[in-house]
Design a protein around this ligand. Structure first.
Ligand SMILES: Nc1ncnc2c1ncn2[C@@H]1O[C@H](COP(=O)(O)OP(=O)(O)O)[C@@H](O)[C@H]1O
Ligand SMILES: O=C(CO)[C@@H](O)[C@@H](O)COP(=O)(O)O
Length: 552
C-alpha cells in the first residue's frame, strides 16, 4: 500500500465551501468544516431581478484556507505530514476572465469591484441572448455540434457567458486572455500556476459546458465559433486541445499555498470537476441508476458503459460525455435550475417584514435569525400533515428557468389554485410537489430517449435534511429512493479522487468500495397516492404547456 494515508476533499457549493479530511485506508472521516462565502452571503455583486449571480474569487480563497485549516487543527500533527492529495469539486459552468498570467481580473486592483470580472455562477442567466445565437448557428448545415449536450446550448454555460461578458463590458475584453472554469482555476492556483496557457482543463466541464468532445477531435471547428462572433474564434483557439480526467494530478501544492495551509509541497492537487459529478462518485453511483444531487438546484447524474450509448443521443439533457463522472464510462447529466432555491425563495418571502432594515432592532434581528434557521423545518413538518386532494394548490417549479428537459431559461415559476383558506404550508407543499414533478419529467425524458433507469439514489443536502421532500419524491417518481448516508457526498467524492491521485487506490471504483459510506435508508413510494399524483402530474404538464403556448 502507498505510504500516503490521508486525503482532503473540498466541495465548493453555491452558498458554502465544505471540506473533509479522511483516512483513506480506513475509509474514515477524521474532521470536517463548512465556511459560508462572506461576500456572497451579503448578496454582493448579485442582482436576482436580472438573474445576475457573481462570486468573488476571494470568497473561494478565504473559504478554502479557513476550512482546510480548521480540518487540520482537529487532528494530530502527524496526520498533516501524511496528507497525500487534495481534490476539489466546484459548481459549473462557473467561469471567470483571467489575464495572461491566469489571474482572475477581480483580483487586479482595477477590477476588484467589477461583477463582470468575477466568477459567473452556474445559475446566472444574463447570457440568454448569446445562448440563442449559439443555438441558431448550430442549426445550420454542418454546424451540429450540440448532439452531445442534449441539442440545446444553455445560457448557464461557458461560451454563452463568455460572449455575453465580452459584449457587456469592453474593458474585460481588453485584458481577458482566456475564460476559465472555477474547477480549472483552483488547481492552477494551488499548484502555483502563472501562465494561463498552461491551465489544465477538466474533461467534465469541457465536455458538459464547453462542447469539447473526442468525437470532434476537441472543440467544434473554429468556423462554428467565428460564425457566432469572430471574437469567439480567438478564445476557441486559445482554449487548447487537451483535457484531463479527475483521477489525474494537476501538480504539487506550491510553496506559497503549502505554507498558507500548513501542509508540505509533496501534496498532490487533483484535477477538478463539477460538484455534482464528484458527488455522484461520493454517493457510489452505479450504472443505470440516477444519482440525484439535491441542493439549491438538482443535478441528475447517470453512468452508462460506452458501448451501450453507441448512436444514442439523449435529447434535452445537459450532456453525455465520456469520462465525465467515472473514467471509462459515459456520464449523463440533467437537472433542475432551482430546487431548494425555490424553498429558500418562499422562506425569504415569509420573512420579508422581519428582514426589512427599517424595522430592525435587536429583538427583531434575533427573531429573524431564529425563524430563518427554523422556518423550513417547521414548514416541512406542517406540510407533511396536510391531507392530499386533487385540487389542492399547485405550482410550476421553474423559478430560475428550466434546465431539463429542454433548457429554457425564460420559463417561470407559478403558484395556482389558491383560496382565502390557503395557508403557508399549503403553498410550501405545492412548491415541493412541483420540484418533484420536475424530477419526474427528467426521468421520463431519459427513459423515453432509450436509456433505462433502474434505480434512484438521492444525495446532497436536502436528501438528508428533509424526509418530507424525499417521501414526496418517492411517491411522485413511484420508485424507491436510496438515500446516501453522508450529507457531504461531494467532499467525500473529492476525497475518493484524491486517494487515486496519490496512488492509495488504483481506480475510482476501488476508492469508492473502500471509502464509501453507503445507503442510510430506502424511502418507498406509497401506492395509495399513485393515482392522485399521476393526475396532479398531468395537471403540472398541462399548466407547463399553457405557459409554452402563451409564449408563442
Ligand atoms: N429542512 C429543509 N427542507 C427542505 N430544504 C431545505 C431544508 N433546509 C435547507 N434546505 C434547502 O437546502 C438547500 C441547500 O442545499 P445544500 O445541498 O446544503 O447546498 P448546495 O446546494 O449549496 O450544495 C437550500 O436551497 C435550502 O433551501
Ligand atoms: O450546474 C451545476 C452542474 O451542471 C451545478 O454545479 C449546480 O447545479 C450546483 O448546484 P448546488 O449548489 O450543488 O445545488
Amino acid at each position: 500500500m502507498s505510504k500516503n494515508r490521508y486525503v482532503i476533499g473540498v466541495d465548493f457549493g453555491t452558498d458554502s465551501v465544505r471540506t473533509i479530511l479522511m483516512d483513506a485506508w480506513e475509509g474514515e472521516m477524521l474532521s470536517s468544516a463548512v465556511c459560508l462565502y462572506e461576500r456572497w452571503s451579503k448578496g454582493l455583486y448579485c442582482d436576482a431581478g436580472k438573474s445576475q449571480f457573481r462570486q468573488h474569487p476571494l470568497d473561494y480563497i478565504e473559504g478554502l484556507t479557513t476550512s482546510i485549516k480548521r480540518c487540520l487543527k482537529e487532528v494530530d500533527v502527524e496526520v498533516r505530514k501524511q496528507v497525500g492529495a487534495i481534490s476539489m469539486a466546484m459548481t459549473g459552468s462557473t467561469p471567470i476572465a483571467v489575464d495572461v498570467q491566469g489571474t482572475p481580473l477581480a483580483l487586479l486592483e482595477a477590477f476588484s469591484d467589477n461583477p463582470n470580472a468575477m466568477f459567473v455562477l452556474w445559475k446566472d442567466h444574463t447570457a440568454i441572448r448569446e445562448a440563442d445565437e449559439i443555438n441558431a448557428i448550430s442549426k445550420q448545415e454542418g454546424m451540429d455540434y450540440l448532439k452531445y449536450v442534449g441539442g440545446i446550448y444553455s445560457s448557464e454555460w461557458y461560451w454563452a457567458k463568455l460572449l455575453h461578458m465580452l459584449r457587456a463590458d469592453k474593458k474585460i475584453g481588453e485584458v481577458c486572455y482566456t475564460w476559465v472554469e472555477h474547477s480549472d482555476w483552483m488547481p492552477f492556483l494551488l499548484t502555483g500556476g502563472n501562465d494561463a496557457r498552461k491551465i489544465k482543463r477538466n474533461a467534465c466541464a469541457a465536455g458538459h459546458k464547453a462542447l469539447w468532445s473526442a468525437a470532434f477531435g476537441g472543440l467544434p471547428a473554429i468556423d462554428f465559433f467565428t460564425s457566432i462572433d469572430p471574437v469567439l474564434g480567438i478564445y476557441a483557439e486559445r482554449y487548447g486541445n487537451k483535457v484531463y480526467t479527475t483521477d489525474k494530478s494537476a501538480g504539487y501544492l506550491c510553496a506559497e499555498w503549502a505554507e498558507r495551509l500548513g501542509l508540505s509541497t509533496k501534496v498532490q492537487v487533483g484535477i477538478g470537476a463539477i460538484d455534482a459529478h464528484v458527488g455522484a462518485v461520493g454517493g457510489e453511483i452505479k450504472p443505470y441508476y440516477i444519482s440525484k444531487v439535491i441542493g439549491t438546484s438538482t443535478c441528475d447524474m447517470m453512468v452508462v458503459p460506452g458501448d451501450q450509448m453507441e448512436g444514442l443521443f439523449v435529447k434535452g439533457i445537459c450532456g453525455q460525455v465520456n469520462d465525465s463522472i467515472i473514467p471509462g464510462m459515459v456520464g449523463l447529466e440533467a437537472g433542475q435550475s432551482a430546487f431548494g432555491d425555490v424553498y429558500s425563495w418562499f422562506k425569504d418571502l415569509l420573512l420579508w417584514p422581519l428582514a426589512k432594515k427599517s424595522f430592525s432592532d435587536a429583538d427583531t434581528d434575533r427573531l429573524y435569525r431564529e425563524l430563518e434557521a427554523e422556518l423550513l423545518r417547521e414548514l416541512n413538518d406542517a406540510a407533511s400533515k396536510l391531507p392530499l386532494y386533487i385540487d389542492a394548490p399547485f405550482a410550476l417549479d421553474w423559478f430560475n428557468g428550466r434546465r431539463t428537459p429542454d433548457a429554457d431559461p425564460t420559463r417561470k415559476g407559478l403558484i395556482g389554485g389558491l383560496s382565502l383558506g390557503t395557508t403557508a404550508p399549503d403553498i410550501f407543499r405545492a412548491l415541493v410537489e412541483s420540484t418533484c414533478f420536475g424530477a419526474r419529467a427528467i426521468v421520463e425524458r431519459i427513459e423515453s430517449e432509450g436509456v433505462k433507469v433502474e434505480g434512484v439514489q438521492a444525495i446532497g443536502g436536502i436528501s438528508n435534511k428533509s424526509p418530507f421532500v424525499m417521501q414526496l419524491l418517492a411517491d411522485i417518481l413511484n420508485r424507491p429512493i436510496h438515500i446516501a448516508a453522508t450529507e457531504q457526498v461531494c467532499a467525500l467524492g473529492a476525497c475518493m479522487f484524491a486517494a487515486v491521485v496519490c496512488n492509495i487506490y488504483a481506480t475510482v471504483e476501488e476508492a469508492s468500495v473502500n471509502m464509501g459510506s453507503g445507503v442510510k435508508e430506502i424511502v418507498r413510494p406509497r401506492s395509495e397516492y399513485k393515482e392522485l399524483f399521476d393526475q396532479r402530474y398531468a395537471q403540472y404538464l398541462h399548466y407547463g404547456q399553457l405557459q409554452q403556448d402563451n409564449k408563442k
